[in-house]
Write a protein that binds this ligand. Structure first.
Ligand SMILES: *Cc1c(COP(=O)(O)O)cnc(C)c1O
Length: 352
């Protein structure tokens, strides 16, 4: 090892994804995937497109980006897509953070990894004691700002007004809002694009659109920023979104009814699960996402994670000091969550 690797990369600590067991013996509530399959229209479009896999995909992604711009009600030159929002975020960290980057102490783990990968000067902005974000702590930082809204792994959202304040106090810096979970509750920052040319919104089809395996992320921003994103994309891999994914994504936005049914079910299941866990003595953050972040006064986060895994339920535990008493539980089907509650009840009986 390390024989040919650049010396600057030898101490890089990569992102650790949640466990992805490839056999289905677990109830998987650990990586915020959608429990429901993609829209049948999306699967059909992808399988029809498979016949054209001998041809490169459209580097301009028109089959998806044209209807998507219309769907969002923004100009066609304001949208960009990439191979998962992780790819979009990596281009942003690589290309728009010369003056450094600022993000929360508790947030999506990849921000730290990209900051290290691209050797960026990094300012960590602590969340408040209750894990909420004080927008004024982001005023005038003179760095690129990256905020997940709602935040991961807490699920806590900030308001459009809070984002407005952050944009107004950072007019000469880029503000990136990562809206990976926006469809499960909070207000999107998209309307603020009319007023701010320093706003860059990132989103994904992995969570609300049940297309995690297809890898489709997007950015919405001013025409000039999108042009710059394309400049970098075309300098790395113009074909980084494949044909089947573009077809599936276009079909997915055409099937609004299915989308709304699934996301409504997840929101209802989230509220049901929170209610049940509250009854069992858990504390929780106010989640606007497709996961919840909970802790129990009598059982450590790590024990809860381990005991649930023994019962074939996977959740996510983070060893970070500030949140180590919590586990993050993705919202599955109602049946998944009934099983989870049952398992938690058993654990509480065994442990207390
Ligand atoms: C899941 C997630 C992503 C990555 O999504 P992909 O599009 O699957 O790469 C980005 N940001 C946050 C906050 C996420 O939770």
């Amino acid at each position: 090892m390390a024989r040919f690797l650049n010396s600057s990369l030898q101490s890089l600590a990569p992102y650790v994804p949640g466990e992805q067991p490839q056999q289905g013996i677990y109830i998987k509530l650990n990586t915020n995937e959608n429990p429901y399959p993609p829209s049948p229209m999306a699967t059909k479009a992808a399988s029809e497109e498979a016949r054209r896999l001998n041809l490169y995909s459209d580097p301009d992604c028109n089959v998806f980006l044209e209807p998507f711009a219309e769907y969002l009600n923004v100009d066609r030159n304001m949208v960009f897509c990439g191979n998962g929002s992780d790819k979009v975020l990596s281009i942003i960290f690589q290309s728009f953070c010369e003056d450094g980057v600022a993000f929360a102490d508790i947030t999506y783990g990849f921000y730290n990894v990209y900051a290290a990968l691209y050797a960026l000067e990094t300012e960590i902005v602590p969340l408040k004691e209750d894990l909420t974000l004080d927008p004024t702590t982001y005023y005038g930082l003179n760095k690129t700002i990256v905020i997940a809204n709602p935040n991961a792994p807490t699920g806590i959202a900030i308001s459009r007004e809070d984002i407005f304040g952050i944009l107004r106090h950072n007019r000469n810096n880029l503000v990136v809002i990562d809206e990976a979970y926006i469809e499960f509750g909070p207000q999107s920052a998209i309307p603020l694009l009319a007023e701010f040319d320093n706003l860059l919104i990132v989103g994904t089809f992995s969570k609300s659109r049940s297309l995690a395996g297809a890898r489709l992320g997007y950015a919405v921003s001013s025409g000039t920023i999108v042009e710059d994103l394309n400049r970098i994309k075309f300098s790395i891999n113009p074909y980084n979104v494949n044909r089947m994914t573009l077809a599936a994504a276009a079909a997915s936005i055409a099937d609004e009814e299915y989308f709304n049914i699934c996301r409504q079910k997840i929101i209802e299941t989230r509220e049901f699960t929170i209610g049940e866990l509250e009854r069992l003595g858990f504390s929780y953050t106010n989640s606007s996402a497709n996961f919840i972040f909970v802790s129990h006064p009598a059982i450590s986060g790590q024990t809860m994670y381990t005991k649930l895994k023994e019962k074939k339920i996977l959740v996510r535990w983070f060893s970070n000091q500030r949140i180590k008493e919590y586990v993050r539980i993705s919202i599955g089907s109602i049946d998944d969550m009934v099983q989870l509650i049952k398992a938690v009840e058993e654990i509480l009986t065994e442990e207390l």
